[in-house]
Design a protein around this ligand. Structure first.
Ligand code: SAM
Ligand code: DTB
Ligand code: SF4
Length: 311
């Protein structure tokens, strides 16, 4: 991959918007079939009760409103959901757990079984389980895991304003363990948490410097959740979202750039701009982890109107 300086990224990011989107759309078409958008489905396999204090997250146990902490789901139930997702056209199944880190216990063995099961359905398997060690990453690889999602979320500079219970370096260490184990890295961030353009640029610079380049890059728009410190934040504009997606596409021509959380409030035209800017993947299904996402039918209609096909 080309090494971009922070100043080069800044120049790309601040290109006049339509020029930027045109450039990103051209890069996108050189490397991908721009009609195709991948559908990924998400399932929260362990919900609520998380000890971390991420200000955006409804699953933290440190905020005003606390979700009920649930145990891990059964493997059979999870695989039922994966089958439904496949039947609805998803090619990747991503399982998330509200926890700080992976522990070597029966829950981890359970997750390894889920990963195997999803792969046997012929789907890509992704998990997001918090921090992990290289040994744990090796075991996930052995079970057939395709990708591990672990977001840096924002810039290193802004990170302490959002999360106080863990460090940016810990995020980077986990990402290194994932890449070293030969698992694809899925890493992106959240927009609309009060950060500046410079934070967006700095986050992208961090992503370009990861030891293992990310295979997929989720760009989430903050879903403001009641009872979290960011519950009252105004929504980020679709134009800012498109600017970020376009810059990401130019920096990572081959990656899957995922238009992730926040689609519920976007119009089809907003999303069309994001696809034009190089988004090549979405989360499909009426729920993300705990918050609503467009229904299958609504997305199907969008695909038809925009002439998109599922990957
Ligand atoms: N606990 C693990 C971790 O934090 O790495 C995995 C699950 S965590 C819910 C996965 C990601 O969801 C976070 O890194 C964050 O990017 C995203 N996320 C959580 N709450 C969100 C919200 N309200 N809006 C947008 N994205 C959110
Ligand atoms: C990612 O970047 N976005 C997804 C997935 N990775 C795990 C999670 C979005 C969560 C939105 C808030 C919720 O539904 O709880
Ligand atoms: Fe826990 Fe992950 Fe939510 Fe942070 S983002 S509170 S680590 S579930």
């Amino acid at each position: 991959m080309k090494n971009f300086t922070k100043q080069e990224i800044e120049e790309i990011y601040h290109t006049p918007l339509l020029e930027l989107i045109f450039r990103a759309a051209s890069v996108h078409r050189e490397h991908h079939d721009a009609k195709k958008v991948q559908r990924c489905s998400l399932l929260s396999i362990k919900t609520g009760g998380c000890a971390e204090d991420c200000s955006y997250c409804p699953q933290s146990s440190r905020h005003e409103k606390k979700m009920k902490a649930e145990p891990y789901m059964d493997k059979e139930q999870v695989l039922e959901e994966a089958k439904k997702a496949k039947a609805n056209g998803s090619t990747r199944f991503c399982m998330g757990a509200a926890q700080t880190r992976v522990r070597n216990n029966k829950d981890f063995e359970n997750v390894l079984g889920m990963v195997k099961g999803v792969r046997e359905l012929g789907m890509e398997a992704c998990v997001t389980l918090g921090m992990l060690t290289k040994e744990q990453a090796d075991r996930l690889k052995e079970a057939g895991l395709t990708a591990y999602n672990h977001n840096v979320d924002t810039s290193e500079e802004y990170y302490p304003k959002i999360i106080s219970t863990r460090s940016y370096q810990e995020r980077l260490d986990t990402l290194e363990a994932v890449g070293d184990a030969g698992i694809s890295v899925c890493c992106g961030g959240i927009l609309g948490m009060g950060e500046s353009d410079d934070d967006h640029i700095s986050m992208l610079h961090t992503l370009t410097k990861l030891k293992t380049a990310p295979e997929s890059i989720p760009i989430n728009a903050l879903v403001p959740c009641d009872g979290t410190p960011l519950g009252n934040r105004p929504l980020i504009s679709a134009l800012d979202l498109a600017r970020m997606i376009a810059t990401t596409r130019i920096l990572f021509p081959k990656a899957r750039v995922r238009l992730s959380a926040g689609r519920e409030v976007l119009t089809i035209s907003d999303q069309a701009l994001c696809f034009l800017a190089g988004a090549s993947s979405i989360f499909a299904g009426d729920k993300l982890l705990t918050t609503p996402n467009p229904e299958w039918d609504r997305d199907e209609m969008m695909f038809q109107k925009l002439g998109l096909t599922a990957e």
